[in-house]
Ligand binder design. Sequence first.
Ligand code: GDP
Length: 391
Amino acid sequence: WQERHKVEDYKIGYNRVALITGITGQDGIYLTAMLLSPLFMAPFVYQVHGIVRKNSASLPILINLQETLERQQGRKVSLTLHYGDVTDPHFMQQTIHSVKPDEIYNFAAQTHVQHSFFMPSHTIDVNFKGLVNICQAALSLSFAYQRSVRIFHASTSEMFGQTTAQQSDSLMGESFPFNPASPYAVSKIASYYLVRYYRSVYQMRISTAISFNHESPLRHESFVTRKITKGVARIKLGIQEKLLVGNLYAKRDWGHARDFVRGFWIINNQELVKGVRNDSGIDSRQPFEDYVIATSWSMPVLDFLQEAFKKAGFGQLQLMRDNGYEQLCSGERVLAKVDPKFLRPGEVPMLRGDPSKIESELGWKAEIQIEGLMDEMLEYDEQVAKLEMLV
Ligand code: GDP
């Protein structure tokens, strides 16, 4: 297709510069691994730049990834870190003008729903103003150097929020109405409209994925799946007594972060993918579109918990009640218990996405199902728990 497409952007083998905000988070690390892997069949060679906060606890994982990639490939990989924060407009302006990225991935966010109830201003500052700073800096770069930057922004299924009784059986697609139940969801809806504003007013190549929950061994343990797999592994090895959790009946559409970052790249290069799939040539003037990324099936927290204990050899646990709160028991022993401090002031009871648009238009499909995801997380957490036992 190099012959078919005369757009300068698509010269095979040319370097592309990607700037990832929130590079030390789960998605940032998976995307960095993908862009710098020799197995990634993109038509470009990537140089990756990342924005890191000075006190980021996950930095060692990223450094370890860089060393592993360099060992595997027998050469240096191009990964450059910039210490700063998306909430600082001067820093973003300076960084984007010096890096001159072809692609930006905005993962920097206060992503925890529960924390957003206690830190609504901070959540809105990072999640909304961070995106404003990125877009303004990218806009001024394109005016100054006639360079267009493509921007991918991460949106969330939390924006759909609480469903009505009539909606509760429907899959959530791109046109499903928003009904936010947390400051986190509100901040992400505001950012979603910011994406549309920059796209329609300035014709920027900016788009977003409304991603359903995506997990992995790199998911922070304040999220329920990782809290469960870590807890189950530690209980199995005798270094934790029980798990304290919140709402057992919330249902989530859980996918694997590795699948999702592949979708993010495809969305940020959507006209290329559409052109190749339809054999119709790439029209780089086509406006970008937004997509839902999901697996399309959903499971209650209770089932995830039961299944994780079963996989760890505990058999089927009995669901009982103590002082009005549920607990999961193996015989006399309480292995998991609802602690009201993990219940939320606003809860989203059910999330289940409809990925048919991205599947049909961009050819993305979730490859890893919940079974494989849970096995990988449990195995990882068991290894970590064994190391913990050594010290
Ligand atoms: P979220 O969907 O982005 O809020 O992802 P989480 O993993 O934080 O939460 C998923 C669901 O699990 C929510 O409905 C929570 O209320 C529920 N949940 C139940 N127990 C817990 C818990 O101990 N921690 C967290 N984070 N969520 C829990």
